[in-house]
Design a protein around this ligand. Sequence first.
Ligand SMILES: Nc1ncnc2c1ncn2[C@@H]1O[C@H](COP(=O)(O)OP(=O)(O)OP(=O)(O)O)[C@@H](O)[C@H]1O
Length: 267
Amino acid sequence: MAENHTARVELAGVRHHFTVGGAAVGALERVDLTLEPGEFVTLAGPSGCGKTTLLRLVAGFMAPSEGSVSVGDRPVRGPGAERGVVFQQPTLFPWLSVRRNVELGPKLRGVGKAARREVADRYLELVGLEAFGDHRPYELSGGMQQRCQIARVLANESDIVLMDEPFGALDALTRERLQNELLEIWRATGRTILFITHSVDEAVFLGSRVLVMSPRPGRIVLDRSAVFTQGGAADGVKVAPEEIRALPAYRELLEEVRAAIHLPATA
Ligand SMILES: Nc1ncnc2c1ncn2[C@@H]1O[C@H](COP(=O)(O)OP(=O)(O)OP(=O)(O)O)[C@@H](O)[C@H]1O
């Protein structure tokens, strides 16, 4: 994996509640969590358990009711360029070309024209969209738009990539292709990734670490290292996804995660 200099993300004693109709609705309860640089952390849990709330706190879109969120020992006080967010639905500017969408972050940071074009083209190539730089987002399929969004976040040099069910709206084939591409990108760039998913298989397949949250108010009830994705990349040897999924240890973790979410065993 690429060397990385990403900062550690730390949530300490985090509680969060929303006020709805004058009443407090608990969303997160006592979350103590450290994301180490370069980890690919997947987060699963029942609907409404507080996953998005946790991600939004790390993104700096809001502050916790209690406790603290910090990145590299600095308290999070709002969004920052080192934390990129990939939403479930692509949020691209329709009036800009695919390339200009990807260039936007570097442009806002004052990167010159030639340099930002180079960065954009590098990331478009990484996500397999090199031939579509001059297209408009609406000329791309949903999966291609999602890849463009990922390229945009990476081009913005966000060392920490926060992904909220990014593949949730995609068909199974595109989803599988993007999962494999994302793993390649992670191996190549060494970013820290926090990835929310409803799919237990996706959580176990992608994560170098798998977290499960309890029903609302969410707490982390399972925290496991998963070596499957890294194992395949160890010495450049690629292991086919089907082989990884057939490993007994993979099946075991899958069942453990399913049990933690109170889903029935698969077999
Ligand atoms: N802006 C808000 N105002 C009021 N309540 C909210 C708000 N955002 C979230 N909540 C509530 O907080 C709880 C946690 O929501 P959150 O979106 O974090 O869950 P989630 O685990 O991401 O759900 P899902 O998997 O269904 O996307 C839910 O009960 C939700 O209704």
